[in-house]
Design a binder for this molecule. Structure first.
Ligand code: F6R
Length: 631
């Protein structure tokens, strides 16, 4: 989704901005732009391009823009099509103020109409453009008070303007009247300041900062800051000056390397055995006294003992991981668990119940709906004033330095490393592992399973890395071949039951988001209640069938599809019953509990190869964003 980079200091701004924007490309965007205050003319030089960052770089190929203060943006269209006129930065009519913004200004129509009545004409269809016009108006008003043209005046003008804005945003503003100053502000959208040597860089996401500095100051919700080469002034929403120490960025410099893979997505699918090893080493600790394995988290889990139920909020792929988590937590650990779309939960939460653990699952740690749902839950629980209703929180994330990491202190770091492909693969796998950890921990606390059953699950998990490697070896080429046959299909149905129903949903999501083929996942038993009407020989059905409680049921549901001429693909171990499939993507026969961790791998590969074969932009599918920071 949209990305912001802004700099002030002594070095040339343009290369720093372009470098920062390159690091934000993975988030998904459809236009890009920069604005720099020229140190020669003191005017703002702005350049924008539709499409990829390369188009902007081409525009700027021979441009020499001397200037050390600037802002840059990658835009993911919300208000207005992805066209140059709607790309950021946006300028006021005098060309003196430039603004980049992430978020949505909900009352922009009202503000725009007022400005238009005053004679201001707009160049774009965006919500953002009201901001530079309003700031310019404010600066003109302030000049009548004989305030100097400097950063402090810009700060006052921006503060006055944002008090009239509704919605959530992060923004960065430059003004030719204060050519060394940069003002940044945020409300419910992330913004982080990186402290370099004689240089400040501000960005909406850490990869844009990581290669520049490891010392950061995350801006808190509602704060505004003035940055000049001499220092930073931060103010809260009550205009109180804030003083706090910088912290160090908890991520290694992000290695963004495809390692000879054609796409990041394929590389990330291949990262999964390493992620399993990392998880086993980090979270599974052998107790030297008892020789038993324990799940070890970097926070005190004593409060888990009083937990009677769990609620999980998440979106998209993270929600699918949470649904596997629900199955494990209920069926293995015996704890009633509910999973909610964060976007639904925040406006229609269930009635409060005591002794509840709330888990937020978000790989990016920035998904606006998930962050807002957690915030709302913290507030409504805190307002009960009853100890048993207090918020008990855990976050499962890949980005501990993100907004969710600052909201919740009990963090399970999935440690998957940065994921560049917009379609989540390795982070889904790592989120699943986190739920296995939680299920084991709760099963031990609640004694819902015998020690032998728990040890057996742990032992199966320890075998994962070679099993996943084997799956990759076995299915990469074969799914590429299958993709050749299927790249032209229009609809695919995915079926699963029990613990693998969420895998059917995730398989369908992966296929549709990168290949633009319509796909839907169903609990296999539901097919006959409607979706079966879709079936004919043009609609392949992919069934996940794993020996266990519901195996025979899934096979007979697949049979029903075959009777309607559907081409059947099975994701199942080679065993009796699976001869029904026209094509078998064989997975190892292990304990059913861990089958989701295996079944997802061939489905990821198949989606990848279908999209690659269709010649699509696998890593940055159209309209999608890696981190969805708007509602
Ligand atoms: C799908 C995908 C999205 C995300 C969703 C939530 O491949 O990546 O569905 O899972 O936008 O994102 P996070 O996990 O960052 O909250």
């Amino acid at each position: 989704m949209c990305g912001i980079v802004a700099v002030t200091g002594y070095k040339k701004a343009l290369p720093l901005l372009i470098n920062g924007l390159e690091k934000l490309e993975y988030r998904g965007y459809d236009s890009a732009g920069i604005a720099v205050i020229s140190s020669e003319t003191k005017n703002i030089v702005c350049n924008k391009a539709e499409g990829k960052l390369n188009n902007l770089k081409n525009n700027l190929k021979n441009a020499e823009i001397p200037g050390t203060v600037g802002i840059g943006h990658t835009r993911w269209a919300t208000h207005g099509k992805p066209e140059v006129k709607n790309a950021h930065p946006h300028l006021d009519s005098l060309g003196k103020v430039a603004v980049v913004q992430n978020g949505i200004i909900e009352n922009y129509q009202e503000l725009k109409s007022k400005l238009e009545k005053e004679g201001i004409s707009f160049d774009s269809d965006t919500d953002t453009e009201v901001i530079p016009h309003l700031i310019q108006k404010e600066l003109i008003a302030l000049s009548q008070l004989n305030l100097e043209n400097n950063g402090s005046t810009l700060l006052v003008a921006v503060r006055n303007v944002i008090s009239d804005l509704e919605g959530s945003y992060a923004l960065a503003v430059i003004w030719s009247g204060a050519p060394d100053s940069l003002v940044v502000a945020r409300r419910q959208a992330p913004l982080i300041i990186g402290l370099g040597e004689g240089e400040f860089i501000c960005a909406s996401d850490t990869p844009a900062i990581a290669s520049f500095t490891k010392i950061i100051l995350p801006l808190e919700d509602g704060e505004i800051a003035l940055l000049t080469p001499l220092g930073i002034e931060i103010y809260d929403s009550n205009n109180e000056r804030q003083y706090r120490n910088p912290i160090s960025l908890q991520i290694a410099e992000q290695v963004i390397d495809k390692n000879n893979f054609r796409h990041y997505m394929l590389k990330e699918i291949y990262d999964q055995p390493e992620i399993a090893k990392y998880w086993l080493e980090k979270y599974l600790i052998k107790d030297l006294k008892t020789s038993k394995f324990q799940i070890k988290y970097p926070f005190d889990t004593k409060f888990f003992e009083s937990i009677e139920r769990i609620e999980i909020v998440a979106c998209g792929t993270s929600k699918h991981a949470a649904m596997v988590g629900k199955f494990l937590l209920e069926q293995f650990s015996g704890i009633p668990t509910n999973v909610f779309f964060a976007s639904e939960f925040r406006y229609s939460p269930p009635p409060l119940l005591p002794n509840t653990l709330t888990i937020g699952v978000t790989q990016s740690g920035e998904t606006a709906d998930t962050i807002a749902a957690i915030k709302m839950e913290i507030q409504r629980r805190a307002s009960m004033g009853d100890e048993s209703y207090k918020p008990n929180l855990v976050a499962i994330t890949n980005r501990i330095e993100s907004s969710i990491g600052r909201q919740i202190s009990n963090i399970i770091d999935i440690g998957a490393g940065i994921e560049i492909g917009v379609a989540a693969t390795k982070t889904f796998f790592a989120q699943l592992l986190s739920f296995y950890g939680l299920a084991i921990k709760f099963a031990q606390i609640k004694q819902s399973q015998s020690n032998e059953t728990i040890s057996q699950l742990i032992s199966e998990l320890t075998k994962l890395p070679p099993l996943v490697e084997e799956l990759l070896e076995k299915h990469n080429q074969s799914s590429e071949k299958l993709a050749h046959e299927f790249f032209n299909i229009k609809d695919v149905i995915f079926l699963g039951r029990g613990i693998n129903y969420p895998i059917a949903l995730e398989g369908a999501l992966k296929l549709k988001e990168i290949s633009y083929i319509h796909a839907a996942g169903y609990p296999a038993g539901e097919m006959k209640h409607g979706p079966i009407a879709l079936l004919d020989k043009k609609v392949p059905v992919i069934s996940i069938a794993f020996p266990g409680e519901v195996f025979d049921k899934v096979i007979s549901n697949a049979q029903e599809a075959k009777a309607r001429d559907a081409y059947l693909i099975g994701v199942a171990p080679k065993c009796k019953g699976t001869e029904i499939f026209d094509y078998l993507m064989a997975i190892p026969s292990t304990n059913e509990w861990i089958s989701p961790l295996l079944a997802i791998v061939p489905l990821q590969l198949l989606s990848y190869h279908i999209a690659a074969h269709r010649g699509l932009d696998v890593d940055q599918p159209r309209n999608l964003a890696k981190s969805v920071t708007v509602e």
